[in-house]
Design a protein around this ligand. Structure first.
Ligand SMILES: Cc1cc2nc3c(=O)[nH]c(=O)nc-3n(C[C@H](O)[C@H](O)[C@H](O)COP(=O)(O)OP(=O)(O)OC[C@H]3O[C@@H](n4cnc5c(N)ncnc54)[C@H](O)[C@@H]3O)c2cc1C
Length: 438
């Protein structure tokens, strides 16, 4: 198999890079071993959350830390990347932004406010929290506590209420023998994989069921919403038909409705991931999932192919260039094969590990504040996003790195994860195309 560009990783960075590569007419494949952080993140894209004005914040950040991924880009690159992203997801998984990509302030499930830059359609009504909101939880659904959210908001001067809806009652489960056929179908939908709604734990199954029973939910809630401005739900209002569900609830309740991100799995992130992958297929890109890039072969400073473990066999994929978007840990395990560095590990990234002890890196920076150096570790790159060694020598001239595989930043404390992924993924694809055109 031979491509113009081989992209490793289906996180936000790899998927953005793939879309930009396809837009530029490159024959593109994306290889991924599995889930990405999209499946666990809130769905909101953080550009820079540690300052009220993200652009002023990024300016200060770059002056303080010239090794930051944002320092490798012009402000214009970031702006273009965010605009491109919005355009690509339009219609299927719409995102909203403020003028000039300024930050929104939205409430969290704990009832605190946080900043973010791009909001998915389901969360846009959460911006600038209103005084009177009804927070709706579901009895037996343990990943969201409506009372906790309302209590947190009320501590900061709001007047929110909470309610927990009993889905068993909504479905009329105690209503036999006069139960209607539609209600039986709804009940079956809940019962097919669990003994009772009380033990119902899977957000995805619940989201799919809500796509069918939302009119009954609206009916139950209508008398409760008269005195509120908006209604908040955990972010499980549908999977594929979530836009329809949100619109239906809003029309039925006569109130704006918004979703609040909960514990993983994240429906907003999964919807985004599905949307981006479908778009890649639509544009003619190839996606090879459940496939592990285990090694890269190099000749001189050129990567000639990657070895990919798929079910049952190992294949070779050749690219004229490569975009490494394998996340915080992924890329560090790709061994490099070639006459100069046979048997060496960690191979591809040798010499670019920011001086960190490799074995300690098996434990990722889940708590970055405990080890600032570790949380900033990753691949060092030059302005062309090519991996470099500690002396600045290019390790692989046809490899471009994007997203959280990059060194020099801490997505958690900065609130910059999604922004860096989109901006560097976009830029990596631009640089790859430029390199191919010579
Ligand atoms: C719990 C959590 C919550 C977060 N919440 C937010 C948020 O609300 N907003 C925000 O903006 N940011 C958030 N972030 C940060 C943000 O999600 C990440 O910084 C960003 O999405 C990273 O994207 P990525 O594409 O670089 O990497 P990843 O999303 O990690 O994707 C890496 C991809 O590479 C693949 N891969 C790895 N190794 C290999 C290999 N050898 N072969 C093939 N494939 C491989 C993986 O399977 C995966 O598909 C959160 C992060 C976490 C962990």
């Amino acid at each position: 198999m031979s491509y113009d560009v081989v992209i490793i990783g289906t996180g936000l960075a790899g998927l953005t890079a793939a879309l930009k590569a396809l837009e530029q007419g490159l024959r593109t494949i994306v290889v991924s071993r599995g889930a990405s952080t999209l499946e666990v993140m809130s769905g909101c894209i953080d550009l820079y959350g540690a300052a009220e004005d993200p652009w002023l914040g990024i300016g200060a950040l770059i002056r303080e830390n010239p090794g930051h991924p944002y320092a490798l880009l012009e402000e214009e690159n970031i702006y273009q990347a965010l605009s491109f992203f919005i355009q690509e997801v339009k219609g299927i998984c719409p995102y909203h932004h403020q003028e000039g990509f300024q930050n929104y302030r939205i409430p969290t499930a704990l009832g605190q406010m946080r900043t973010t830059c791009l909001l998915p359609q389901g969360q846009v009504a959460a911006a600038d929290a209103d005084e009177h909101v009804l927070v709706v939880g579901f009895k037996g659904y343990r990943d969201f506590c409506s009372a906790l959210m309302a209590e947190g908001m009320n501590k900061t001067g709001y007047s929110w209420r909470s309610i927990d809806v009993d889905l068993e009652l909504i479905q009329g489960l105690n209503k036999s023998p006069g139960e209607k056929a539609g209600e039986i179908a709804v009940r079956n939908c809940f019962y097919q994989n669990s003994a009772s709604v009380g033990s119902y734990q899977n957000s995805i199954q619940l989201a799919v069921c809500l796509e069918r029973i939302w009119p009954l939910l609206a009916e139950e809630l209508r008398p409760q919403v008269q005195d509120v401005d908006k209604v908040a739900f955990p972010a499980i209002l549908g999977l594929d038909r979530y836009l329809e569900l949100q619109q239906g609830l809003e029309e039925s309740l006569g109130k704006r409705v918004f979703e609040v991100p909960t514990l993983p799995p994240s429906l907003p992130g999964i919807r985004l991931s599905k949307c981006l992958m479908n778009r890649i297929r639509q544009l003619g890109g190839d996606l090879l999932q459940h496939s592990f890039v285990v090694a890269a072969e190099k000749t001189g400073d050129i990567c000639s192919k990657v070895l990919v473990k798929t079910a049952g066999k190992t294949r070779e994929i050749q690219g004229k260039c490569y975009i490494l978007a394998a996340g915080r840990m992924g890329g560090k395990w790709i061994a490099l094969q070639g006459e100069e560095v046979a048997d060496e590990k960690p191979g591809l990234l040798k010499g670019s590990l920011n001086g960190s002890d490799f074995s300690r890196r098996q434990c990722p920076a889940a708590f970055p504040q405990q080890d600032a150096e570790l949380s900033m570790a990753g691949i060092k790159v030059n302005k062309q996003l090519q991996p470099i060694d500690t002396e600045g020598k290019i390790l692989l001239a046809n490899v471009f790195c994007a997203g959280s595989v990059l060194a020099g930043y801490d997505p958690f404390s900065e609130g910059s994860g999604g922004g860096v992924a989109i901006a560097t993924g976009y830029r990596a694809a631009e640089l790859a195309a430029r390199g191919l055109r010579g």
